[in-house]
Design a protein around this ligand. Sequence first.
Ligand SMILES: *[C@@H]1O[C@H](CO)[C@@H](O)[C@H](O)[C@H]1NC(C)=O
Length: 482
Amino acid sequence: MAPPTSITFFNFMISTYLILSQISVTFMKGHALERSLAAESNYHTVHVSSILPSSACKPSAKGPSRKSSLKVVHRHGPCHQLNQESSNRETLTETLSEDETRVKSIQARHAFRADTDKIRGSKADLPAKSGIAIGTGNYVVSVGLGTPAKSYTLAFDTGSDLTWTQCEPCVRVCYKQQDPIYDPVKSSSYSNISCNAAQCSALSSTPGTRTGCSASNCLYGIQYGDQSFSIGFFAKERLTLTPTDVFDEFFFGCGQNNQGLFGKTSGLLGLGRDPLSTVSQTARKYGKYFSYCLPTKSGSNGHLTFGKGSVPNTVKFAPFSSSRSQLNSLYFLDIQSISVGGQLLSISASVFQTAGNVVDSGTVITRLPPAAYSALRSAFRQQMSQYKTAPATSTLDTCYDFSSQSTMKIPKISIFFSGNVKVDLGIEGTLFALSLSQVCLAFAGNSAATDVGIYGNTQQQTFEVVYDVAGGKLGFAPGGCS
Ligand SMILES: *[C@@H]1O[C@H](CO)[C@@H](O)[C@H](O)[C@H]1NC(C)=O
């Protein structure tokens, strides 16, 4: 799908604007033994049963014990009550194709931002041509909104900034969601933002958003790269993350026209770096510090936690890429090298530096520069040569048929980030199984060396991922959740 033109988007804004104004309503031994042990530790020995995602929700051993913590579940996993269709092949194939759309939009936006940088000053005249595609790889959390607070399931997204929810009276369109739709009339803490307010004009510099005005009320429009969008009133409201984490005057979008790939969620929780993101708006309390653990599909102890609170001391931090993060609300981290089965791939450092790399909670499969991916793929294929290959699927081109195997030895993959941070991926971060007869290497290559790389959520699963935005760094610790 090509990124939509700003004309189409502008038409949406105009028509929504018209409709809104008309009715004036406007997330062995000796050396040999040593060598053999070393060799063993370079492989995951896995049983077939652990390759396919479980269709049952694993109950969590410990409850959400941390402070300022929200429970995170996979939108297509059995632990998610909004999940009705089981995670079958079709859903997985769809996930991969929507993932590609998200990747293209991140890359387009990155390119657009780079352009913006060149013509600094005239930014307002440029079309906001691309946002981030929502895709299906997202994880969801529940937050409270309004007074009295009611609970809403939002997809959380480090790749976008504005938080919005579908909002009564749904002047144009609200898609079907699981929770009752948020109704400002039933909340004593809701208020509209006027067109004159500074926050209204600030909106237009938030990536992917537009502003408008109707009966002196500020309108927002946010469009994602997959043509999903939300348009409505820009408003403020009381946000309740946990009973002790309450924020008055939280700026958000009260969506009157919402269409696209949002599933049955009520909207989106933006965790980017822009001043309007949830991270910035809660900075006074949490110091722009948050962490999460994305569970595997059947895991039930994932979390999204705000503040420094109980971050494990095993976290290793890598600095944000110094040159890239300024004009962009995305989180850039430098990759330096990759090892497969204990062997460091020979990839020149400049390969990773050409376009940089973003860490994104919503992209499913990690995208590498073409030269890096081809080195990874050759090493992986070579070490997997004893297994029967299977056809490629969508973006994944290195697949195996394990249907006649009981245990497999899979080479371990480690990613080296700048700051001496080595991330050893587990099996869930290495393979993406469509079925036992089609289990693929969970990485893909970008088509051009100039496309930004993306460290996706398959590889982040089970790690404690810590964003110290004020400190300019991002950290990883294994074993954050299951
Ligand atoms: C917000 O603006 C809309 C449209 O003008 C209006 O219908 C609604 O009553 C306003 N809400 C409040 C609380 O002022």
